[in-house]
Design a protein around this ligand. Sequence first.
Ligand code: CU
Ligand code: CU
Length: 329
Amino acid sequence: MAGLTGASVLELARGSSVLGANDARPNPEPSSPHTGMSHEGMGVVGATVPDDRYDPRVFLTHFDYGRLESLPGGGTRRSWEIVAIDREIEIAPGVFFPAWTYNGQVPGPTLRCTEGDLLRVDFINAGSHPHTIHFHGQHPPEMDGFEPIVRPGERFVYEFEAKPFGMHLYHCHTPPLKRHLHKGLYGVFIVDPPEGRPPANEMVMVMNAFDTNFDGENEVYAVNTVAFCYNHIPIDIPVRQPCRVYVANFTEFDLINSFHLHAAMFRVLRTGTTLESGELTDTLMMCQGERHILEFELEHPGLHMFHAHQSEFAELGWMGFFRGLERMA
Ligand code: CU
Ligand code: CU
């Protein structure tokens, strides 16, 4: 399958003040999209247009805490309405994918709560196929979402206590599972510890991929759905301040994916079920369904690349930049 080729990464980054006098400079002319043979970098020509339902820049830092109610006996209930909808989404400039979505977006909204909350998820299937929501974490099996299968036009209310604290997931569990997952029915479910985590610049990154010709292999890779989205617009973060990235792998068809950071190292809190990090690294391998919290500070200002360490995935869209800034605008 042909890769996504075109303007170089440096070309895209040009104009940012972070390139110093001695930094490599891009060729003033971007490579011709007609040749499709840039040797200077990777990327795509043009940009996707954020739609009214989903913008990866907004998704990155948006947490949905639900509707809060205090319970008479003490405690908190959080409620969400999640609707399964068929929807075409743009995953690279001009490349559209017929997705199955939760609330019209891929990934679905990042649900966030605190350990011990009573959760209520009102699931309505407005799509064309049967679906469910299966949550990771601990709960009664009848709330686990592998059954009942919710048919088009039906609804089901999931109700359970949030535990244990950690970084969890939710996704459809209707067979054939790989098709339902790959079509876009997944999201991140964060359960905070009762005492919270230390303040940090928090982000959610879902590694995903799309089989655009339905041959059982992916043609487009990304974090947060849109190929190269954080290449075009690097993620600005202040230097020497704590960052926390909630990373999940929902890539279907490939056995593993990975997260690699340049010019800095991160601490890993596996599955987010601990407050203590066990590992300092710059590359983390993840199977589908694995998710971890990464914590780091950038020491230096400038562009810090991040991408899958499988080069093929990176070249097909799964790469981006953090831009360390001395002062945020
Ligand atoms: Cu489904
Ligand atoms: Cu799962």
